[in-house]
Design a protein around this ligand. Structure first.
Ligand code: ATR
Length: 277
C-alpha cells in the first residue's frame, strides 16, 4: 500500500500562504505522493506543535513569520547557510531520524536573479537595504557568487554594522546609513526592509542605481511595491519583486525533502497569472 508523506507550513498568520499551492504544483509535476497543509502556529505553541508534527510521522516543515528563529533554535543539525542566517525556514527528517534545519531563502533569491532573470552577481556592486532577519538570510548565498562588493544600508546604522561584522570571516561588507550612500552607485539594489509591507520606501537618493542596474524587492504583492515602482523610475533594466524567490526557496525545500528538483518556471507563471486575475 502506498503511503502519503506529510509536509506543512507553520506560521501566524498563515491563511494567505502560497506554499501549499506551490508544493502541490511541484508534487503533481514530479508525481510525488505527498500532502502539504498549513497550520496556524504561534511562537508560544511552536515547541509543542513541531514535536507533535514529527512524532506523528511528518517528513518536513516550512516555518515562516514569526517562527524562523525558533526553528533555528529547535534544529540541532543545521546547514552553514542556516547557521549564519540565524533563521530556519525548512526542517527535514534525515535518514537517521535526525532533523536538519536549512534556510533556503537566500539560495532561492540567487536562483531567481541569476537563472530566471539572467542577472549574474559575479563582480557586481550589490546594495542590500535593511539589516534585519531578511537581510541576514541572503548574505552568504550572495557572497558565494563572488560579487565585487557588498554594502548594507540601514536606518539604524548600528544594526548594519553589527550584521556586517557577523560575516567578516567571509568577506568585507560595507555598512552605513542611507545618507552615506550619496555619490555611490550599484549594479543591483535589493530591498530587504519590511517597508514594502506598508507600501513605504526607504529614503533612497536618485542616482544610486548604475546604468543597466537592476532592483529586486524581496517582498511581493499583487501590485508593484513602492520599491519596484522606484526601480522603474530609476530606469532599472529589471525591477522585480520576490514572487520568483518564493517559488525558488520552495523548490530548494522540495529538493531537500524529495531529492528532486521541480521545474519552477511553469509554477512561477501560474502564480503570476493567478495574482493578475
Ligand atoms: P525582517 O525579519 O523582515 O528582516 P526585521 O528584523 O524587523 O524584519 O527588520 C526590518 C528591517 O526593515 C530593518 O532593517 C528596518 O530598519 P531599522 O533597523 O532601522 O528599523 C527596516 N525598515 C522597516 N521599515 C522601514 C522603512 N519605512 N524605511 C527604511 N527601513 C525600514
Amino acid at each position: 500500500m502506498s503511503q502519503i508523506d506529510h509536509y506543512a507550513v507553520f506560521g501566524s498568520p498563515i491563511e494567505h500562504s502560497k506554499s501549499p499551492r506551490i508544493h502541490t504544483l511541484f508534487a503533481e509535476q514530479t508525481q510525488q505522493l505527498m500532502e502539504y497543509s498549513t497550520q496556524l502556529v504561534s511562537a508560544e505553541k511552536f515547541p509543542r506543535a513541531v514535536k507533535d508534527f514529527f512524532s506523528s510521522g511528518g517528513r518536513g516543515l516550512n516555518c515562516t513569520v514569526p517562527l524562523k528563529e525558533l526553528a533555528w533554535e529547535y534544529a540541532k543539525l543545521k546547514t552553514e547557510r542556516a547557521e549564519l542566517a540565524k533563521a530556519v525556514n525548512t526542517l527535514a527528517v534525515q535518514a537517521d531520524g535526525r532533523i536538519l534545519g536549512d534556510n533556503t531563502d537566500g539560495i532561492g533569491l540567487v536562483t531567481d536573479i541569476q537563472n530566471n532573470h539572467g542577472i549574474s552577481l559575479k563582480q557586481k556592486r550589490i546594495l542590500i537595504l535593511g539589516a534585519g532577519g531578511a537581510s541576514r538570510g541572503i548574505i552568504l548565498p550572495i557572497l558565494e557568487q563572488l560579487p565585487l562588493s557588498m554594502t548594507i544600508a540601514n536606518r539604524t546604522v548600528a544594526k548594519a554594522v553589527t550584521l556586517a561584522d557577523e560575516f567578516c570571516h567571509k568577506a568585507k561588507i560595507n555598512a552605513c546609513g542611507y545618507d552615506a550612500l550619496k555619490g555611490q552607485s550599484f549594479d543591483l539594489i535589493l530591498n530587504a526592509t519590511s517597508a514594502s509591507l506598508t507600501d513605504e520606501l526607504p529614503p533612497l537618493a536618485a542616482g544610486l542605481l548604475a546604468e543597466q542596474g537592476s532592483c529586486y524587492d524581496l517582498a511581493y504583492a499583487n501590485k508593484a511595491t513602492a520599491f519596484v515602482r522606484w526601480g522603474y523610475e530609476q530606469h532599472a533594466s529589471n525591477s522585480l519583486d520576490g514572487l520568483g524567490m518564493l517559488v525558488e526557496q520552495a523548490a530548494e525545500a522540495f529538493y531537500l525533502w524529495r531529492g528532486m528538483r521541480p521545474d519552477t518556471l511553469p509554477v512561477i507563471q501560474i502564480l503570476e497569472a493567478e495574482r493578475n486575475s
